[in-house]
Each structure stands twice: as C-alpha cells, then as structure tokens.
Ligand binder design. Structure first.
Ligand code: 6PG
Length: 254
C-alpha cells in the first residue's frame, strides 16, 4: 500500500506545511466551487501550532465567511474548560479571524445526556448536509499513543457504528463522556489529514502502518486510526521526524 506520508523535521515545520496546504485547499475549493467549504477540526494539543498560524500569519489568507468549521470530537466539559477542543481552536484561531459565528459549529457539551448531545450535533450537520453522508472538504485528525483517532478508541463499540454520524463515547479512565464523529463520516470526507508529532506517537504510527494480513489484524483488532480510509477522497499523513522514527523508509515514502 502506498501512502501519502510527508515527514518534517519538527512540529513547527509540520504545522507550517499544513497551514500552507490548508490555505491552498480552502482557497481553491471555495473559489472554484463558489460555495462554502466545511472543515472538521482535530482536538488534542498537536493542532495548537497550526491553529496559531491560521489565527496569525494566515488570518487574512482565506475568505473565512466561506468556511464552516466542525469538530471531529469533543470532551463533554464546559467550553471554557482547558480540556475543551473547542476552546483550543477558539483561543488560538477562531477568535482572531473574521469568521461569522454561524459558521462555527461546536459540539454541544451543555446537555446532561451525551447521547442527546450527539443526536443534536448530527441534526446540526444534517441541516447543512442533506445527503446520506456528509462530505467534508477536509477532516483534520490526530492519533493517540493507543492509535485512537477523534474519540474512537480501541475496542469501542463506536468503531462499529454504520448509520449514525455522531455518537457518545468514553475515553478509558476519563470521568466525562465524549462525542465523536463516526468512521463512515470520516471516510466520506474529500480529504483526511492526520497530524502526528512527537516520539511518543512513533509506536502507534508503526502499528497503524503495519502491513499486517487481514486475519492477523482482525485477531489483534485494527488500530482505530488504521480504519480511516476515505472511500472517494484522499488521505495524507503529516508527520514530524520523531513520530516517523520507527517507520521503514518504504513506509515513510522514501
Ligand atoms: C482528543 C482528540 C484526539 C487527539 C489525539 C492526539 O480530543 O483527544 O481529538 O483524537 O487528536 O488524542 O492528541 P494530542 O495531539 O494531544 O497528542
């Protein structure tokens, strides 16, 4: 399997490359189709540098009024909680650009019932995507050291979801629930970009890239991030050298 893997010296070089590419994609997609673009934002800490660039160096590079932002997952905590994925993007980026409030679609974390929150977010998405599945122009994702992505964790029933767009779930050991987009939604995106940085992600990346036979994978359980493969879209791995350090030259695309 040939993958589109792009390796950069460090997390800052990685973020700069992704920012340039994102501006190119959103600028081209929006202008060419004269329509709004829709982007799924990654959570966690890895995108912090990227969001900071989009809120500073590139703040005026895109007609943000043509861009709608959604989240790939969220922790069911208040929006001003340090653990909130919404807060990360808001403070580093969205508060610094001229994006209409109605274009920003955070996952609802104010409902006591996480399943009801998941269904509400799906309704929000369906209002903009009337088709059977949403087709995002771009979905940004990270991976955990356990090879999870979004909030799709190893062994989670959420990995087997085939009809719902958003489900409630939990991360091992966390007191709060989470909301996550499901694999069918991610796999209908036009572009999926994984952003992976840091030596602690190297073992997970090696597992995700392992060319293991289907039976072996079935037995061991496919790493969640390895289940992401857009049906009609493209998949790009944006990785820093530390995270790529356990990959073979072939896996690194050399
Ligand atoms: C989350 C994320 C999750 C994240 C990875 C990597 O809410 O935690 O959506 O999937 O992308 O856990 O997190 P870091 O970037 O902090 O390593």
């Amino acid at each position: 399997m040939t993958r589109d893997v792009r390796v950069y010296p460090d997390a800052h070089a990685l973020a700069r490359a992704v920012a340039r590419a994102l501006v190119e994609v959103l600028g081209t997609a929006g202008a060419a189709a004269d329509r709004c673009c829709s982007v799924v934002l990654a959570g966690g800490n890895t995108p912090r540098i990227l969001y900071g660039l989009l809120g500073s160096v590139y703040r005026d590079a895109i007609p943000w009024e043509h861009v709608h932002v959604y989240w790939g997952d969220e922790r069911c905590v208040p929006p001003d909680d340090p653990r909130s994925n919404f807060r990360l993007a808001k403070e580093a980026w969205l508060d610094r650009i001229a994006i209409p409030l109605e274009n920003v679609h955070p996952m609802p974390t104010d409902l006591p019932d996480a399943d009801a929150a998941a269904r509400r977010y799906e309704a929000t998405m369906r209002a903009r995507f009337p088709a059977q599945w949403p087709v995002f122009d771009l979905a940004l994702l990270g991976i955990g050291t356990d090879a999870h992505t979004a909030s799709l964790f190893p062994g989670s029933p959420a990995l087997d979801e085939t009809t719902r767009w958003v489900v409630a779930t939990r991360a091992p050991g966390e007191p709060h629930a989470r909301l996550t987009l499901t694999l069918p939604v991610l796999n209908h995106a036009a572009r999926v970009w994984f952003l992976v940085a840091g030596a602690d992600k190297a073992p997970a990346l090696r597992r995700i890239f392992a060319d293991v036979s289907a039976p072996a994978r079935a037995a061991a359980g496919i790493p969640p991030a390895a289940a992401v493969g857009p049906h009609d879209g493209t998949l790009t791995w944006w990785v820093d050298a530390a995270a790529a350090s356990l990959l073979s030259p072939r896996a690194r695309g050399e």
